[in-house]
Design a protein around this ligand. Structure first.
Ligand code: EPU
Length: 334
């Protein structure tokens, strides 16, 4: 435990907290909970890849570093396996581990920064697949009572970049491990446009699991900054959903608008809106809108959390004025 320690975050923002605890095993966590040592406010830190620190955190930061991936004995069907992974495992390591063991379903989620424990919180997603497609259950501890609870997939209330852990149970549970339901037969989802285009230009029709992971990794890093090279929190905004009428109005004004039909209207590509509003590649203070993907705000060197918020507000205002759409932040603002 230490105080005023610099907290790692992929945006590279200055971040400190009163207390910083690293938790590696379950007995340590149970002791902390039963002796009420985790005082409010507290914050669970996985890979620090979706957080924007704007001020000193006046509480405890709990960094989970528990490790382990194991095949569970029970299985829901002959073709499927249940695999439990500790919250502190690095997400990308977990995806590669599964591919190497012949457990399929998570390949499209390769190279997403962060940890296994963070994946259910915001239901990470990429290239047509979301974590909710492979999560079977989540094992977590109630911060107030110390009780262990298993959440089934349905109980997690997954939605686009959302779950019960980001909603009504925010700051209520510590996710300790996640059980995934994966398939023994490789049946990849290759529908996502950027992915099918990349496969086509590589002249690959039926990729092997490893080829698929390699292609997605390449496509991903073509458009998104690598955390070790440039600070960012991945997509800073969510892709907004608008009504059919709103979409049709926009479509008549902007025939090239990028949108996908969803159950309650149309999901718009926020990157397109931001680019059209003239923000792609533009800087404000020491941060900017990434030149290769406008949904990503980046640290140009030494930027602060308040500069990020100022830029986000300026972008949001312009998008609202132009399209009547309010962008919601995907990143968690601390
Ligand atoms: N687009 C633009 N300009 C831009 C960016 C995008 O016009 O600057 C348009 C393009 O036409 C493109 C479309 O938007 O075809 C979609 O772009 P992309 O495939 O890059 O996906 P996205 O909707 O911008 C989402 C996720 C990403 C994920 C990709 C790929 C959200 C908020 N973001 O981005 O997730 O990697 O799809 O599946 O849903 C993250 O959450 O941190 C993240 C990186």
């Amino acid at each position: 435990m230490s105080s005023n320690m610099e907290i790692y975050n992929t945006f590279g923002l200055p971040a400190t907290a009163d207390r910083y605890l690293v938790v590696r095993d379950e007995s340590q966590l149970r002791t902390l909970l039963s002796t009420n040592q985790i005082n409010h406010p507290y914050l669970i830190l996985g890979g620090g890849s979706n957080m924007v620190f704007t001020k000193h955190f006046p509480g405890t930061i709990i960094h989970l570093e528990n490790k382990g991936i194991c095949l569970l004995e029970e299985s829901p069907s002959q073709d499927d396996v249940l695999v439990e992974a500790a919250a502190g495992e690095v997400w990308d390591d977990f995806v590669h581990y599964c591919i190497a063991h012949g457990w399929y379903g998570a390949e499209n989620l390769v190279a997403i920064p962060g940890t296994v424990g963070a994946a259910p919180v915001q239901n990470v997603g990429a290239y047509g697949v979301e974590a909710k497609n492979v999560i079977y259950s989540v094992r977590a501890f109630d911060i107030f009572t110390g009780q262990e609870r298993i959440f089934t997939n349905a109980e997690c209330q997954f939605a686009y970049r959302n779950s019960i852990f980001k909603g009504t149970l925010r700051n209520h549970f510590i996710i300790w491990s996640v059980v995934f339901r994966l398939h023994k037969v490789f049946a990849p989802d290759l529908q996502y446009k950027a992915l099918s285009d990349a496969l086509q230009s590589a002249c690959i029709k039926n990729p092997t699991p490893q080829q698929l992971a390699d292609i997605i990794t390449e496509v991903r890093w073509r458009k998104l900054p690598r955390p070790e090279q440039m600070g960012s929190a991945g997509s800073f905004f969510k892709n907004p959903v608008v009504s059919v009428e709103h979409y049709e109005r926009l479509k008549s004004l902007y025939p090239d608008i990028v949108a996908y039909s969803v159950s309650d209207g149309y999901k718009l590509a926020a990157g397109w809106l931001i680019e059209k509003a003239g923000w792609k590649g533009r800087d404000m203070g020491r941060c900017g809108v990434y030149e290769k993907q406008a949904l990503v705000l980046v640290n140009r060197g030494g930027c602060s959390g308040s500069e990020v918020l100022a830029l986000a507000d300026a972008v949001t205002d312009d998008v609202q004025k132009l399209f009547g759409v309010i962008l919601e932040k995907e990143a968690i603002i601390i």
